[in-house]
Design a protein around this ligand. Structure first.
Ligand code: DCT
Ligand code: MG
Length: 532
């Protein structure tokens, strides 16, 4: 990293700066404002929100032409950033609203150099070695001095560059977002990810969202690693691994297991919730109720005359054995044939895509998910699922269904919730899959029973939303992280229906998943690399 101020000559100025320089406005009088925002003079009046401070405020003379500053909003906040930008401009500094090639100095607060570099990487910007990464103290001192002060070590943000010392050569910065990592089913860290998934599940049972997210993110990032963690040094530079998570990794490295995971697996509440939620239609609320009532086994629950079950739970108990035994790929393909036959009988031009875990290349799943869309009329679309259900009912293939009507509204902004269900018309089913459709002769077939009950989800979406629906229904943690990325890194809102750009105040259309990634400035990740 260089020290001292950099001179970059011959670079074209952005248009609005050229305008400012040509206009030669009078410098605004620099008021003795407190750059640390500590002084207050009387009650604070609410000022109208500034959209891009330089546009809203009068232009100022640039005294230091060779410096182009960019102030990072991350961890600083919009208000303080706007305030510092305005003040620096009044003092004659050139401060850019947006990060561009002309920027020579990035000023950040409460960020390490590595964090700034990570942010730049998320923006798809390569930091040149000439770019100064500076703490806000340098800007404050410079504004106080009325000129750029000399950059010393205390101003420069430290970047950890000793990656070559880690035992994983070719080590690259790993993003905190699953949508910037490739995660295949080739998991080199099962011993850790299994542990974190159990801890995450236990947190979910306790409705502890923070702890759930912590363990899921840890499991997710470890699944993306192209090597097995064998020592704590291997965890250096990997995001999403907090102190608690690292303690557990260390214990597993040393003892081969985690005492916390062992305790969870032996915990009566965890065991009961695991058992109860394995029944289709039973969620956390019902599990809690049954656990409090003292139930510990499904047999006792099923034979209890005082309990009332929903239609879904009744089906869950009735087909329990089939539903807990995983769906194989061969079974999923056979269901696919049934779905296509039925759909195409009514809408020959419909597109039927198997989504969920099977699209990501998984060999087994708990259900089979399908997305259906058609370039035809909305009425045809609306009628399709009821017709398919009716057909299967007539053929005796329908063991259970719940048709949920669409609540989709075309211009509704995408949801901020990362885990809410979408508004498309959908049907949750249990289908009877006859064995002749799959490879028969399986050992666990019940005597004389020629079929297996399979959970199937069908989702019907308008043609213009199908790329978003496909991305959403292909799923895994990847889906949550791409939405989080859109919100925090791109000021966009993404859900299963649409992508909305808050800066441009417009919906961004996409015909394919590739286009959605492109809108977000992300490299495309194939479905089988989304097993985050
Ligand atoms: N999905 C969604 N909104 C939700 C829940 C799920 O958009 N609230 C999407 C994301 C994943 C996809 O649906 C399929 O969900 P599951 O079948 O539960 O997951 P899976 O990855 O297919 O796992 P499994 O192999 O167990 O079926
Ligand atoms: Mg699924």
């Amino acid at each position: 990293m260089t020290s001292g101020l950099l001179v970059k000559e011959g670079q074209a100025l952005p248009l609005f700066w050229r305008y400012h320089l040509m206009a030669q406005p009078e410098a605004a009088s620099a008021s003795p404002m407190d750059p640390l925002c500590t002084a207050s003079s009387g009650p604070r009046k609410k000022r109208p929100r500034q959209v891009g401070a330089s546009m809203a405020s009068p232009p100022h003379d640039i005294k230091f032409q060779n410096l182009v500053l960019f102030i990072l909003e991350k961890k600083m906040g919009t208000t303080r950033r706007n305030f510092l930008m305005e003040l620096a401009r009044r003092k004659g500094f050139r401060v850019e609203n947006e990060l561009s090639d002309s920027v020579t100095h990035i000023v950040a607060e409460n960020n390490s150099g590595s964090e700034v570099l990570e942010w730049l990487q998320v923006q798809n910007i390569r930091a040149s070695s000439q770019l100064e990464l500076l703490d806000v103290s340098w800007l404050i001192e410079s504004m106080g001095a009325g000129k750029p002060v000399e950059i010393t070590g205390k101003h420069q943000l430290v970047v950890r560059t000793d990656y070559s010392a880690t035992p994983n050569p070719g080590f690259q910065k790993i993003s905190q977002y699953a949508c910037q990592r490739k995660t295949t089913l080739n998991n080199y860290n099962h011993i850790f990810t299994d542990a974190f998934e159990i801890l995450a599940e236990n947190s979910e049972f306790k409705e502890n969202e923070v702890s759930y997210v912590t363990f899921m993110r840890a499991a997710s990032v470890l699944k993306s690693l192209p090597f097995t963690i064998i020592s704590m040094r291997d965890t250096e530079g990997i995001p999403c691994l907090g102190d608690k998570v690292k303690c557990i990794i260390e214990e597993i490295i040393e003892d081969g297991e985690s005492s916390e995971v062992k305790a969870v697996l032996n915990d009566e509440r965890y065991q009961s919730f695991k058992l109860f939620t394995s029944v289709f239609g039973v969620g956390l609320k019902t599990s809690e109720k049954w656990f409090r009532m003292g139930f510990r086994s499904l047999n006792k629950i099923m034979s209890d005359k005082t309990l009332k079950f929903t239609k879904m739970q009744k089906a869950g108990f009735l087909y329990y054995e089939d539903l807990v035994s995983c769906v194989t790929r061969a079974e999923a393909e056979a269901v696919g044939v049934l779905v296509k036959e039925a759909v195409w009988a009514f809408l020959p031009d419909a597109f039927v895509t198997m989504t969920g875990g099977f699209r990501r290349g998984k060999k087994i799943g708990h259900d089979v998910d399908f997305l259906i869309t058609s370039p035809g009329s909305a009425e045809d679309e609306e009628q399709l699922l009821p017709k398919v259900i009716h057909l299967w009912e007539k053929k005796g293939l329908l063991l259970y269904y719940d048709l949920v009507e669409s609540t989709f509204e075309k211009f509704k902004l995408p949801s901020r919730q990362v885990d809410t269900l979408d508004h498309f018309q959908k049907c949750f089913l249990i289908l009877k899959l006859h064995h002749q459709r799959v490879d028969s002769g399986k050992s666990n077939q019940q005597e004389g029973k020629t079929w297996k009950a399979i959970r199937v989800d069908l989702v019907m979406c308008p043609y213009e939303n199908h790329a978003f629906a496909l991305l959403g229904w292909t799923g895994s943690r990847f889906e949550r992280d791409i939405r989080r990325y859109a919100t925090h890194e791109r000021k966009m809102m993404l859900d299963n229906h649409a992508l909305y750009d808050k800066t441009k105040r417009m919906f961004l259309k996409a015909e394919s998943e590739e286009e959605i990634f492109a809108h977000l400035g992300l490299d495309y990740i194939e479905p089988w690399e989304r097993n985050a």
